[in-house]
Design a binder for this molecule. Structure first.
Ligand code: MG
Length: 367
C-alpha cells in the first residue's frame, strides 16, 4: 500500500460554555482544529485531527499544524502508511521537532493500519484492558464560587473527577481548591492544575495551605526543575503535564521520582506511536496517566478512547471527552460520554467517519 495524497481542512470548534480560561490570563473562545486525510492507492483513507490549546499553552499553534503538514507531506507520498516506524522516521528526517505537526499524520496512518487489518485501534495498541474509560471534567478558571457551582453541575451529569484551572493569584487559588473540595464526596477526585502559572514561592504557599485536603497538584511551575522542587515539598499526589513532552523526558522524570501521574497528550508527544511507547513506560513503572490531548473534537476524542481503552484501568487515572465541550460534530461514530465514562468503538481503525461534505474545500491538498 502506498500514500497517494494528503489533505487537510481547517475547522472552527465553538465552545458550549463560550470560553475556556486557564493560567496567566489565557483563554480560547473558538478552537481552531485541523482534520487530516491520508489517501492510499488501495482506496483506504485514514483520518486524524490536531487542535492546539491556543498558541500560548505549548510550543504549538493551529496555523503551525497546517504549515508543518505542508513541509512534511511531500516526504510521505509513495510510502507505505502501515509501516509506522518508517513513516515516523521519514517525518523526523523532513522536519526536526514539531511533534504536534507529526501527530495527525501518524494517527491517520494508524487509522489506515486498523482499516487494512480489519481491527479497531485499541486491539492494535495492546488490546482491550478495560470496559469503560473514566473521564475528568476541566473546570475553566473563574471565581471560586463559580467553579464550585460548575463542579456541582458536571457532577450531576455523572463526572466524579474534576480538574480545576488554577495558576492564578495564589490566595484565590487556595480559595478555589477549598471551595471545590468542599462540595465533593470523599470518593470524588480533585486535581488543581496550575498550568505552569505559579512561581516556586507561590506554589510552596498553595501546597502548604491545602496540605489537609485530598487534592492532586498538577504542573505548578514553568520548568521541570521548579516543579520538581515543589514536588519535594508536598505530600500531595503530583501530576506533570506540559514538561513531559516525549519519552526521554519521561525517562528522566521517572528516574527522579518527579511525579505520580502524567498527562499524556497524544499530539504533544507526536501521535499514537510515541504515546503508546510512553503509555507502556508508565505501566511498567507504576505511573498513572490521564490520557488526552491538547484539545479537539470527535476525531481527537476517538483516538483518546482507543489508547485509553487499551490501558489497564489501574493506570488510566482519567481521560477527556473533548467532543462534549464543543457545539460542533465533525465525525460520525465518535465516542459519546455516558455519565462520567466513554468507550471506544469496535469498527476498524479509529472507527469514525468525518463529515467531509460540511468541511468545504481542503486547505491543503498534496498528491
Ligand atoms: Mg494539565
Amino acid at each position: 500500500m502506498k500514500i497517494t495524497g494528503i489533505k487537510a481542512w481547517q475547522i472552527d470548534l465553538p465552545l458550549k460554555e463560550g470560553r475556556y480560561s486557564w493560567s496567566n490570563g489565557n483563554f480560547v473562545e473558538i478552537f481552531d482544529t485541523t482534520v487530516v486525510a491520508v489517501e492510499t492507492d488501495e482506496g483506504v483513507t485514514g483520518y486524524a485531527e490536531c487542535c492546539p490549546l491556543g498558541s500560548a499553552y505549548l510550543p504549538a499553534y493551529a496555523r503551525g499544524v497546517r504549515s508543518g503538514i505542508r513541509e512534511i507531506a511531500p516526504a510521505l507520498i509513495g510510502l507505505d502508511p502501515t509501516n509506522l516506524g518508517a513513516i515516523n522516521r521519514a517525518m523526523d528526517s523532513a522536519l526536526r521537532g514539531h511533534a504536534y505537526v507529526k501527530a495527525p499524520l501518524d494517527i491517520a496512518c494508524w487509522d489506515i493500519l486498523g482499516k487494512a487489518a480489519g481491527q479497531p485501534l485499541y486491539t492494535l495498541l495492546g488490546g482491550a484492558a478495560q470496559e469503560q474509560i473514566a473521564l475528568y471534567r476541566a473546570i475553566s478558571q473563574e471565581a471560586p464560587e463559580v467553579m464550585a457551582r460548575k463542579i456541582a453541575g458536571y457532577r450531576a451529569e455523572g463526572y466524579t473527577k474534576f480538574q480545576l484551572k488554577v495558576g492564578g493569584d495564589a490566595d484565590e487559588d487556595i480559595a478555589r481548591i477549598r471551595a471545590c473540595r468542599n462540595i465533593l464526596e470523599p470518593s470524588d477526585v480533585l486535581v488543581a492544575d496550575a498550568n505552569t502559572g505559579w512561581t516556586r514561592a507561590e506554589a510552596a504557599r498553595v501546597v502548604a495551605a491545602v496540605a489537609d485536603l485530598d487534592v492532586y497538584i498538577e504542573q505548578p511551575c514553568p520548568t521541570y526543575e521548579e516543579s520538581l522542587s515543589v514536588r519535594r515539598r508536598t505530600a500531595r499526589p503530583f501530576v506533570l503535564d506540559e514538561v513531559i513532552e516525549g519519552p526521554q523526558m519521561l525517562a528522566r522524570a521517572l528516574a527522579d521520582d518527579a511525579m505520580d501521574v502524567i498527562n499524556l497528550k497524544i499530539s504533544k508527544v507526536g501521535g499514537l506511536t510515541k504515546a503508546r511507547l510512553m503509555r507502556d513506560m508508565c505501566v511498567a513503572s507504576g505511573t498513572l496517566m490521564t490520557i488526552e490531548d491538547t484539545w479537539g473534537g470527535d476525531i481527537v476524542t476517538a483516538a483518546i478512547a482507543h489508547l485509553a481503552l487499551s490501558t489497564p484501568a489501574e493506570f488510566c487515572f482519567s481521560a477527556t471527552d473533548f467532543n462534549s465541550y464543543g457545539t460542533r460534530d465533525i465525525a460520525d461514530g465518535a465516542p459519546k460520554r455516558v455519565d462520567g465514562f466513554m468507550t471506544a468503538c469496535d469498527r476498524p481503525g479509529l472507527g469514525v467517519t468525518p463529515m467531509i461534505d460540511g468541511f468545504g474545500d481542503p486547505d491543503i491538498c498534496f498528491s
